[in-house]
Design a protein around this ligand. Structure first.
Ligand code: GLN
Length: 304
């Protein structure tokens, strides 16, 4: 498979088309990026790398980080993790409050904000220094000591975090947040502010594509069954109320963030990362979705 040739062709086709959508204005610091930025990078399970565009420019992971937080929590707690949150698609926006009332404070899945806040609460209970320890976990996956949070982005979100404050307090009222909301939110804003470029992303998330993946310190990130399950949740919940659309158009498990990034996994083949900051109305990268749709069409490879 000539991945580079297909990446080049599809990249230029997408670039020649419209670039619709908006930056994530509700987090002011996220608007300081070039809306025309466009990057792709693929790392295969055998270690080959292919890319195009600004794939060495870091950007804000936002909800893509939720895959890393749930992976760490799953590694620590095993199946007990699912006592505090579900694995069902929500069919609602990522920051929706509406289902929590009916579901009595048990978020539908770890990829909506409500679920990610519960995961943050769990990590705070189990890590000595949550921010430092989570960062070390991310750095250890590929021995990439350069990874960091953006304090500017974390603070920017904190200043306008009214919805997340509401979500966290609402869940706490049902008893499903143990720590003080302020601490949980501070950790949450930090994990969302983690930055990577597309190359780093496609290398980092290989642990979900490769059965034999071992991190730098030779430790398994997730076992095979756990990796399968995280992929399953990405497939059904990774794009909130656009998850069905992504499965329909792309046919791979994936996860997006309002920084404009998307990662997608082809189990046993590759991890691909795309970045283009303009978002559609569901908060998913407009060009990222288009690129991946055409990429899986041209490679004729999907999990279905
Ligand atoms: N930090 C963002 C928020 O809580 C993450 C949302 C996203 O990427 N979908 O709103």
């Amino acid at each position: 498979m000539d991945y580079q040739k297909i990446i080049d062709e599809v990249y230029h086709r997408v670039k020649a088309g419209e670039n619709l959508g908006e930056l994530a204005h509700y987090i002011p610091e996220l608007t300081h990026v070039d809306p025309e930025s466009f990057a792709v990078h693929l790392t295969s399970v055998t270690g080959e790398e292919y890319g195009l565009g600004s794939y060495q420019t870091r950007f804000s992971l936002q909800s893509i980080s939720k895959v890393l937080t749930v992976s760490l929590a799953y590694k620590i707690l095993g199946e007990k993790l699912w006592e505090r949150l579900g694995v069902e698609p929500s069919g609602t926006a990522f920051n929706s409050l509406s289902q929590l009332e009916v579901d009595k404070g048990i978020p539908r899945n770890p990829f909506i904000n409500a679920g990610a806040l519960v995961i943050c609460d769990i990590l705070i209970l189990h890590l000595k220094n949550p921010k430092e320890d989570f960062l070390s976990f991310c750095r250890s996956i590929n021995n990439n000591q350069q990874l960091n949070y953006s304090e500017k982005v974390a603070n920017s979100e904190k200043l306008v975090g009214y919805r997340n404050i509401a979500l966290c307090n609402f869940i706490k009222s049902f008893g499903n947040i143990i720590n003080e909301p302020e601490e949980v939110l501070d950790f949450y804003y930090h994990i969302c502010s983690l930055e990577m470029n597309c190359q780093e992303l496609s290398q980092t998330f290989l642990y979900l594509a490769n059965d034999d993946f071992r991190s730098y310190d030779n430790d398994e990130i997730l076992n095979m069954s756990q990796a399968k399950r995280i992929n399953a949740i990405m497939q059904t919940c990774g794009f909130y109320d656009e998850s069905g659309e992504f499965a329909f158009r792309v046919g791979l498990p994936g996860k997006s963030g309002v920084g404009g990034g998307i990662i997608a996994i082809h189990p046993n083949k590759y991890c691909i990362a795309v970045w283009s900051p303009r978002l559609n109305e569901k908060g998913n990268s407009y060009r990222g979705m288009k690129f991946l749709e055409w990429f899986t069409t041209e490679t004729k490879l999907s999990i279905f």
